[in-house]
Design a binder for this molecule. Structure first.
Ligand SMILES: Cc1cc2nc3c(=O)[nH]c(=O)nc-3n(C[C@H](O)[C@H](O)[C@H](O)COP(=O)(O)OP(=O)(O)OC[C@H]3O[C@@H](n4cnc5c(N)ncnc54)[C@H](O)[C@@H]3O)c2cc1C
Length: 402
C-alpha cells in the first residue's frame, strides 16, 4: 500500500498518521487538515486554555514532527470521494489519489434553534470559539450556559471561579443526565451550586433576547427571563458524516463501520467521533465522543493497515475536570441496572460501580484516579466483581486483577 490519505487532523487523524510510522509504514501519508492551525488538543479549550490562553500548549505535535515523520499536512477541505478512481476531491486543487482512505472528520456543533436565531450565542468546539470566549469574558458580568453536559459544566465552573454570575439551564432534570448516574449528578450539582452556579432544570429555551442587537438574556418557558450578557450553548454535537454521505457510504448517526473500523467500502476506514461501531461493551453499535476512543481507534487502524488486523476492543474511558473535581468514567454507563457506592460523596472522593445483570459495566470515579485505573482493567478482563467487595473501601480492588 503506497498512499494513505487521512481526512481530518484532529485527535484521531493526527494519532493515526504517527501510529502508522510507529508501526513501520513507509508509504506516503497525507493528512488533510480542515482547520487553519496545526492539529491541537480539544479538551483544554473548556479547561486550562480558558485561563492561560497559551496556544503553544494546545499543539498535539510540534510542527517539525510532521516533517521528521514525512507526514504531509495538506490545508484543505475534502468535498467528495470518487470511489471508483480512489481519489479524494478537495475544495481547491487537484484530487488526491489513495490506496486507503481514512475518515476522521469528527463532529459539528449542534446549534441553538430559536425564533430570533443564535447570533451572538457562543459555542465551544474549536480554538477560534475558545479565543472568542476569552475575549468576551473580561467585560461579562452575567453568564447563561445552555446545557448541563460536560462542556457546559466545565465552562460554568471556570466562569463562576472568575467571579461571574452563572446560570445553567437544561431540558433534563439533572446535570450530565445523558451519561452519568444519579449519584454523580447529585454530587456535581451540589459542588457547582456551592461555587455559586444557579441551575434551571427541565426548562426549555424559548428565545434569545437582544437589546439594540446585543444579547441581554434568555427567555425560558413560563416567561422567565434570565438576564445575561454572555450566552454559551453546550448542547451537544452531531457526527460529521457529510463527506461519507455524499460519497455513498453507509451512515446512521455516524459513519457505519465494522469491528475492524472499515466502512461499507473496504478501501475506506473511519475513526474517532464520526464513527458508529459495534462494541462488546454495549448491546448495539455506539458513537463515542472521547479522546481515548479517537486515539485507540487510530492505533487499531494503523495496525490493520500494516498487517496486524485485530477487531477494535478497547475499553471506553473518559474524563471531565469541573472546578476542583475530576470525574473519570471507565466503561459505558448506559445499560446499568444497579449502582454500588464506594467511598463517600461528603469526602469529595468516591466511585459509583455500575452493574448490569450482576456484571460490572462501568465505574464513575470522582477524585479517585486509582479506582479508575483498576476499573479499566477489571472491565477489560470481564472480571466478576462482588458488589459487597466493591462497596468496601478498605478492600484493595487491584487484588482482583489476574
Ligand atoms: C471543548 C471540548 C472539551 C472536551 N473535553 C474532553 C475531555 O475532557 N475528555 C475527553 O475524552 N474528550 C473531550 N472532548 C472530546 C474530544 O475532544 C473529541 O472526542 C476528540 O476531539 C475527537 O477527535 P476526532 O479526531 O474524532 O475529531 P475532532 O477532534 O473533532 O477532529 C476532526 C477534524 O476533522 C476536520 N474535518 C472535518 N471534515 C473535514 C473535511 N471534509 N476536510 C478536512 N477536514 C475535515 C475538522 O475540521 C476537525 O479538525 C472535548 C471536546 C471539546 C470540543
Amino acid at each position: 500500500m503506497d498512499r494513505i490519505v487521512i481526512v481530518g487532523a484532529g485527535h484521531a487523524g493526527c494519532q493515526l498518521a504517527f501510529s502508522l510510522r510507529a508501526c513501520g509504514y513507509q508509504g506516503e501519508i497525507t493528512l488533510v487538515n480542515g482547520e487553519d492551525t496545526l492539529p491541537y488538543h480539544r479538551p483544554p479549550l473548556s479547561k486550562a486554555y480558558l485561563k492561560t490562553g497559551r496556544e503553544e500548549e494546545l499543539l498535539l505535535r510540534g510542527e517539525s514532527a510532521f516533517a521528521e515523520n514525512q507526514i504531509q499536512l495538506c490545508r484543505n477541505t475534502a468535498q467528495d470521494i470518487d470511489r471508483t478512481r480512489c481519489e479524494l476531491r478537495m475544495a481547491t486543487g487537484r484530487p488526491l489519489p489513495y490506496d486507503h482512505l481514512v475518515l476522521a472528520t469528527g463532529t459539528v456543533t449542534r446549534r441553538l434553534q430559536v425564533p430570533n436565531g443564535d447570533q451572538g450565542v457562543y459555542y465551544l468546539k474549536n480554538v477560534t470559539d475558545a479565543q472568542a470566549l476569552r475575549a468576551a469574558l473580561p467585560t461579562t458580568k452575567r453568564v447563561a450556559v445552555i446545557g448541563a453536559g460536560f462542556i457546559g459544566l466545565e465552562f460554568a465552573a471556570f466562569a463562576a471561579d472568575a467571579g461571574k454570575s452563572v446560570s445553567v439551564i437544561d431540558l433534563a432534570d439533572r446535570v450530565m443526565a445523558r451519561t452519568a448516574s444519579h449519584e454523580i449528578s447529585a454530587f456535581f450539582e451540589k459542588r457547582h451550586s456551592q461555587a455559586g452556579v444557579r441551575f434551571r432544570f427541565s426548562r426549555k429555551i424559548v428565545d434569545v433576547v437582544r437589546k439594540e442587537g446585543t444579547v441581554c438574556g434568555l427567555l425560558l418557558d413560563g416567561e422567565e427571563l434570565i438576564e445575561a450578557d454572555l450566552i454559551v450553548a453546550g448542547i451537544g454535537v452531531i457526527a460529521n458524516s457529510k463527506l461519507a454521505e455524499v460519497s455513498g457510504l453507509e451512515t446512521d448517526n455516524g459513519i457505519v463501520v465494522d469491528r475492524y473500523l472499515t466502512t461499507s467500502d473496504s478501501c475506506i476506514s473511519a475513526i474517532g467521533d464520526c464513527t458508529r461501531f459495534p462494541t462488546e461493551y454495549a448491546s448495539h453499535p455506539v458513537r463515542l465522543e472521547s479522546v481515548q476512543n479517537a486515539n485507540d481507534q487510530a492505533r487499531s487502524v494503523a495496525e490493520k493497515l500494516t498487517g496486524k488486523k485485530q477487531p477494535y476492543t478497547a475499553v471506553p474511558w473518559f474524563w471531565s475536570d469541573q472546578g476542583a473535581d475530576k470525574l473519570q468514567i471507565a466503561g459505558l454507563t448506559g445499560a446499568s441496572d444497579c449502582h454500588v457506592m464506594r467511598g463517600l460523596p461528603e469526602h469529595n472522593k468516591f466511585s459509583v460501580f455500575n452493574f448490569h445483570e450482576g456484571r460490572l459495566v462501568a465505574v464513575e470515579s470522582v477524585n479517585q484516579p486509582a479506582d479508575h485505573m483498576v476499573a479499566r482493567r477489571l472491565i477489560a478482563a470481564g472480571t466478576r466483581v462482588d458488589q459487597a467487595l466493591a462497596a468496601d473501601a478498605s478492600f484493595q480492588l487491584k487484588t482482583l486483577i489476574q
